[in-house]
Ligand binder design. Structure first.
Ligand SMILES: *Cc1c(COP(=O)(O)O)cnc(C)c1O
Length: 347
């Protein structure tokens, strides 16, 4: 089932692992009496274990993303896939991952939880990806490269040609975290799955789809990689409640797109208004639903906003983000309150 290519990169114990087989794995289908999983027979439908392979949900995702279900993994947020990829490919105390900085903090945390080193390659001063620098950081123990586009906290898309260089010259798995892709002006990398068997694309219901509370993340990759993630996940990693609500959300793509238009409109309005403020040094262009802003004094701005009961993210201590705050685009009313507060601040 898994390709030869992949076998070379997997941890040997994962390659040879015989996965747990649940009652729902061994029999799934129509029957009238289910006495195979030690469930309480009352309290339908939540007395029953959920579908361990999330088939109906993947069918809907397959339709939306125009990808066969064998290319789709669903888990407890993108965070689950971030962790599983490290556990599948990286030997603790030996291997490492390479990622960029500044970026999403979970790649490093997931690596460290698994006692895997994390090599961080800085973006350029204007937050561009330098593929050569990333490839130079790869050593014999590098098993996965993590990229994030649009990147968090910088908000920009990474250059496609630089990403393609990495996909081409690094033969191991390359993860592209696309949590914010729906807000972006550029298409998803899922189209690249055909040409790059080492590509893993992550998306989520937590941002544009407005469902962070239910915890549903998606990984798209060649069937060999998806089969490995399925082999090592918890058997029932997505609850029935989450599967049901995710289906409901994904069936309302039109609603999502309407909200998207509103959020993008507000993003432009916020960008313009922020640029007028005397203590704002730079408003970074965004392909996401947040804006990175460099101010004269990030700590003072952050604390002032907290007093006004408006919470933004202080990124002052993050690499290349000195005196930067990250502002999520809210409703028109929330953004009005933010701007009102900022206009009351002394430069
Ligand atoms: C918010 C975010 C996610 C979402 O993670 P979930 O576990 O799916 O909620 C993933 N990656 C990045 C870069 C994010 O900013």
């Amino acid at each position: 089932m898994t390709t030869n290519y992949l076998n070379d990169w997997l941890r040997p114990n994962i390659r040879s692992l015989k996965p747990y087989s649940s009652a729902r794995d061994e029999f799934h289908g129509e029957a009238s009496v289910f006495l195979d999983a030690n469930e309480n027979p009352y309290n339908e439908p939540y007395n029953r274990y959920p579908d361990p392979m999330q088939r109906e949900l993947k069918q809907q995702i397959s339709y939306l993303k125009d990808l066969a279900p064998e290319y789709i993994f669903t888990g407890n947020g993108s965070d689950e896939a971030i962790d599983l990829v490290i556990r599948a490919f990286c030997e603790p105390a030996t291997d490492n991952i390479v990622t960029i900085t500044p970026s999403y903090g979970m790649y490093e945390v997931a690596a460290h939880i698994n006692r895997v080193d994390c090599i961080k390659v800085p973006l350029t001063n204007d937050f561009k990806l330098d593929a050569g620098a990333v490839l130079d950081a790869v050593d014999n123990h590098t098993k996965v490269i993590y990229l994030c586009s649009p990147n968090n906290p910088t908000g920009n898309l990474l250059n496609r040609d630089e990403i393609y260089r990495i996909l081409k010259y690094f033969k191991g798995p390359v993860v592209i975290d696309e949590a914010y892709i729906d807000f972006a002006s550029s298409p998803s990398f899922t189209r690249g799955l055909v040409s790059f068997p080492n590509l893993i694309v992550l998306q989520t219901l937590s941002k544009a789809w407005g469902a962070a509370g239910i915890r549903l993340g998606m990984a798209f990759a060649s069937p060999g990689i998806i089969a490995v993630l399925n082999k090592i996940k918890y058997p029932y990693n997505v609850s029935r409640l989450t599967q049901e609500y995710a289906l409901e959300v994904l069936r309302q793509e039109e609603r999502m797109k309407e909200q998207l238009i509103g959020i993008l409109h507000e993003r432009t309005r916020l960008e313009t208004a922020l640029q007028q403020l005397p203590f704002v040094r730079k408003v970074y262009p965004s392909d996401a639903n947040f804006i990175l802003v460099r101010v004269n004094d990030a700590n003072a701005t952050y604390n002032f906003l907290v007093e006004k009961k408006v919470i933004v993210r202080n990124r002052h201590t993050v690499a290349l983000c000195e005196d930067c705050i990250r502002i999520t685009v809210g409703t028109p009313e929330e953004n009005r309150q933010l701007l009102k507060a900022l206009n009351e601040m002394k430069p």
